[in-house]
Design a binder for this molecule. Structure first.
Ligand code: ATP
Length: 244
């Protein structure tokens, strides 16, 4: 039996007296592509922050690559929710991607040729190399998300965590980004938070529904009635590919 890439056992988290996660059991195996869905405030971003080691569990256990999350931070790439850069934000796309190399190798903070090469490679992989010298604030939403994906990939992670990477992006571009993720899934384990369960069901192997507690479903088991029962109308669902 191989070691799970992510494993939580009775994981709990509270902000003060507010319980956000309660007894979450989740096992993610190497090579899986998992979607996490749930209503606003259900704890999705909090769970990703725990996996990144930015928060500590209040109860239970969580390991990533068999260790405490903060010890394997370098092996985990993270794409945040769309940050929306100001149009005159004075750094280029290449600078943004290079930030993903900070702390790798050279402790003096100056980028080496290997860093620049890795940044170029990552931009090629997300099909955004022609944007390298553009100011980041001048890109479209879809282009920006590709660049943030390149920044996550440039440290050569084993796991990719994405927090609603296609919120505020039109459906055609959303499809392109998920095609890219599907290709990356050949070498990376991927966990993606989304509101759009029907859309991500095209791509992921399993859907974890999180509303303080977590229930996993195989993609083939998901249907509209199940979602409505679990979450009322709060999860965006477009009925274009429900399994019967
Ligand atoms: N720093 C914080 N301090 C106190 N409460 C917080 C903090 N961050 C989040 N919360 C609360 O924790 C709960 C879970 O938040 P979280 O952002 O994890 O939910 P989410 O499922 O990602 O929501 P959304 O779909 O709206 O992004 C919410 O009730 C939120 O208000």
């Amino acid at each position: 039996m191989t070691l799970p890439v992510i494993h939580s056992n009775q994981l709990g988290f509270c902000y003060g007296s507010t319980v956000v996660l309660d007894a979450v059991d989740l096992t993610v195996q190497r090579g899986e592509f998992i979607g996490i869905v749930g209503p606003n405030g259900g704890g999705k971003s909090t769970l990703l922050k725990l996996m990144l080691g930015l928060l500590k569990p209040t109860s239970g256990h969580l390991t990533v690559l068999g260790q405490a999350p903060r010890q394997v931070r370098r092996q985990v790439g993270y794409v945040p929710q769309y940050p929306g850069f100001a149009r005159d934000f004075p750094i280029t796309v290449e600078d943004v991607v290079l930030m993903g190399r900070l702390g790798i190798g050279n402790i003096w903070g100056r980028y080496q040729p290997a860093d620049r090469h890795a940044a170029q490679q990552a931009l090629v992989e997300v099909e955004a190399i022609e944007l390298a010298q553009r100011p980041i604030g001048t890109l479209s939403g879809g282009q920006t998300q590709r660049v943030l994906l390149a920044r996550a990939l440039v440290s050569e992670p084993e796991i990719l965590l994405l927090d609603e990477p296609t919120a505020n992006i039109d459906q055609r571009v959303e499809g392109e980004i998920f095609e890219l993720l599907a290709a990356l899934n050949s070498r990376l384990t991927i966990v993606v938070v989304s509101h759009d369960i029907a859309f991500i069901s095209h791509y992921v192997n399993r859907v974890a529904c999180l509303n303080q507690t977590l229930i996993c479903h195989r993609t083939a088991d998901i249907n509209g009635r199940m979602i409505h029962t679990l979450y009322g109308g709060d999860v965006r669902h477009i009925a274009h590919r429900w399994a019967s």
